[in-house]
Design a protein around this ligand. Structure first.
Ligand SMILES: [Zn+2]
Length: 48
C-alpha cells in the first residue's frame, strides 16, 4: 500500500487506486479516494 502523487489508498478496502479514475469523497477538508462507489458509500456512512 503506497500513496504517491497519482495514486491513493482506498481507506475502506486498502486497494491502491488511481486518483484520475477513483471515486472521491471529502471529509474534514481532506480528499479520500475509493476504488468503487460502494467503498465510498461505506466510508461516508461510517461514524468515528
Ligand atoms: Zn475499495
Amino acid at each position: 500500500m503506497q500513496e504517491t502523487k497519482t495514486t491513493a489508498v482506498d481507506p475502506v478496502c486498502g486497494m491502491t487506486v488511481d486518483k484520475d479514475t477513483a471515486f472521491e469523497a471529502e471529509r474534514d477538508g481532506k480528499t479520500y479516494y475509493f476504488c468503487s462507489e460502494l467503498c465510498r458509500d461505506e466510508f461516508l456512512s461510517e461514524t468515528e
